[in-house]
Design a protein. Structure first.
Length: 562
């Protein structure tokens, strides 16, 4: 009887599945007919001329936007940019980044050893023409197309430097932007900074581990801050450098059973025992979270920093007609403990149409291999939280308006050499000169206090009490204007850090910027303290005392607010 019932249920389920599939196909066919007819009528009958390609892309983008930010259509014209962003780090170019200032195109930074560096292109040089084409009025994408091209091809530049016009001919080379932007020893600790998970990233990390391992470090720091992710398989390979063979690292599960895949380590690790700290920030996402989450679940590394972004979705690219692509979210991924760290529920929207976070009722406790408590639905919480830097409105304004640029260039002209990057600091007299150089520059900004005063005025108006507080508000606003004049010195230390970075890049390129920033790196300092204290690391990884529970949503902490 039970067997007959089971067979009947199975047959019913199969029939239901077949009916559901046919119903889906009918709905797809029906709606495609409607869309094609609508598209045709608009194209033929709309009062103004329409561009069929633009019209279609607008419709496709709107359709995909209703799903999630990661599902996107890539037309043939954008394929190369897509590959550079998501797949490969190589392109033919000259190795110079540019910036528009007041409508003029300037060189911002130059990559060491690349054609621009070899031909003495300098930060501060103005590009007037590229291969005979005037850059005035061009958009960023057009400038990129002009500078990039096949390896071995040449381009002519008309450059203005200190009022003099220079003509330069450069031969493009293959520009490879490494995934590992820096690796080296910080005292007796091996440090590896991984910026992205594109092709060959695992090999680059492996090479860095092997090279630094020769120095017999106390431990490793893997820096994943500001790393937005990339290729899932590269993340698995990187974890395998530190974790034994045959260990589950991540599982992806999709609606389509074919998209449900488990990934395990496949080889013996390079460094199975050396202490490891992983640095994360609120911008660490996707593959970064796979690495951090897996190493945390396996109690292999201490995670330091702030709560990660919370992207637990997997995308796959499919070919479309006419050399176009569509990138589709096909699955969610789950770390070894079984948790999915996806923070936003894209299937739901609030009353005002905004995406909403995973409901508290759906946040569940999971356990690491050693029994520590971790949670799903909100990124990877650090084992050791370090308060993120928050910058003042004046600093943000100076950055957005590129007001460090001219001073850094003039500083380079006046100083043939500076201290080593790891030691360089701007003197107080030089900072005063920088502040004075801003006298006629526009860096208007609204301070946090001014925003609060505006809000207070609005509320007073709503309650018909403005006449009562108006004089006091005006007095406070006047005092605020006076205080703002001192902001360049009130926030001197944080402004100096950005200015020092710009200056150092003129002498020591990208690696110099990394080394210079170590002087102020609170997360790295925390990582070094842990690696220098074996007992503390053991307490954290065993989950003793306060380290038993990581990121309990019932107990609000600063780590939950980033």
């Amino acid at each position: 009887m039970i067997k007959k019932t089971f067979i009947a249920v199975a047959l019913f389920s199969a029939a239901a599945l077949t009916w559901s599939f046919k119903e889906d196909l009918f709905q797809v066919s029906k709606n495609l007919d409607i869309f094609a007819s609508l598209y045709k009528e608009i194209s033929i009958n709309y009062v103004d001329e329409t561009n069929p390609s633009t019209l279609m892309k607008t419709g496709v983008d709107a359709m995909l936007d209703s799903l999630d930010p990661y599902t996107e259509y890539i037309p043939e014209s954008e394929i190369e940019d897509y590959k550079l962003k998501y797949v490969s780090t190589q392109f033919g170019g000259i190795g110079a980044s540019t910036v528009f200032i007041e409508g003029k195109l300037f060189v911002n930074e130059v990559t060491e050893g690349c054609p621009a560096n070899k031909q003495d292109i300098r930060p501060g040089d103005q590009f007037v023409k590229i291969s005979g084409i005037d850059v005035k009025g061009k958009e960023r994408s057009q400038i990129t197309q002009l500078l990039r091209g096949p390896k071995g091809s040449s381009l002519d530049l008309v450059v203005v430097r200190d009022g003099a016009v220079l003509n330069k001919t450069l031969v493009r080379e293959e520009i490879k932007l490494p995934n590992v932007s820096y690796s080296g020893m910080v005292n007796d600790i091996a440090y590896i900074r991984l910026d992205k998970f594109l092709e060959n990233s695992a090999q680059e990390v492996k090479d860095a581990v092997v090279g630094l391992g020769k120095n017999q470090p106390k431990g490793f720091v893997l820096d994943l801050r500001y790393n937005g992710g990339g290729i899932l398989q590269e993340a698995v390979k990187i974890v395998n450098l530190f974790v034994n063979k045959g260990v589950l690292i991540v599982t992806q599960k999709g609606r389509n059973p074919e998209k449900t895949i488990t990934y395990k380590t496949v080889s013996d690790p390079l460094v199975p025992d050396l202490p490891l700290v992983v640095l994360v920030s609120g911008s660490s996402a996707s593959a970064s979270e796979i690495v951090a989450g897996a190493l945390q679940d396996l109690d292999r590394a201490v995670i330091v920093g702030q709560r990660s972004y919370g992207k637990g979705l997997v995308q796959q690219t499919f070919n479309l007609p006419y050399n176009s692509l569509v990138k589709v979210t096909v699955a969610k991924y789950y770390t070894p403990s079984g948790r999915c760290i996806q923070a936003v529920d894209y299937s739901q929207k609030s009353v005002n149409g905004k995406r909403i976070k995973i409901a508290d009722s759906l946040i569940t406790k999971f356990n690491t291999r050693a029994g520590r408590n971790v949670y799903n639905g909100n990124g990877v919480y650090p084992d050791v939280y370090v308060t993120a830097r928050k910058y003042s409105p004046v600093t943000i304004s100076l950055i957005n308006k590129v007001l460090f640029f001219d001073f850094a260039n003039s500083y380079k002209k006046e100083h043939k050499e500076i201290a080593p990057a790891a030691e360089f600091k701007l003197s107080d007299p030089d900072y005063s000169r920088f502040a004075a150089s801003l006298a006629n520059k526009d860096y208007k900004y609204t301070s946090n206090t001014e925003r609060l005063l505006t809000d207070l005025k609005t509320e007073a108006e709503k309650e018909n009490k403005l006449d009562v507080v108006k004089a006091d508000l005006e007095d406070l606003r006047a005092k605020m204007l006076t205080a703002k004049k001192e902001d360049l010195f009130t926030h001197k230390e944080e402004i100096k850090r950005f200015l020092e970075t710009q200056i150092v890049s003129r002498y020591y390129f990208e690696k110099g910027k990394v080394l210079q920033a170590f002087q102020y790196d609170k997360e790295l300092d925390a990582a070094k303290a842990i690696l220098n204290n074996k007992a503390k690391m053991l307490v954290i990884l065993k989950g003793d005392g306060e380290y038993k529970t990581i990121g309990d949503p019932a107990k609000k902490s600063p780590a939950m607010d980033n």
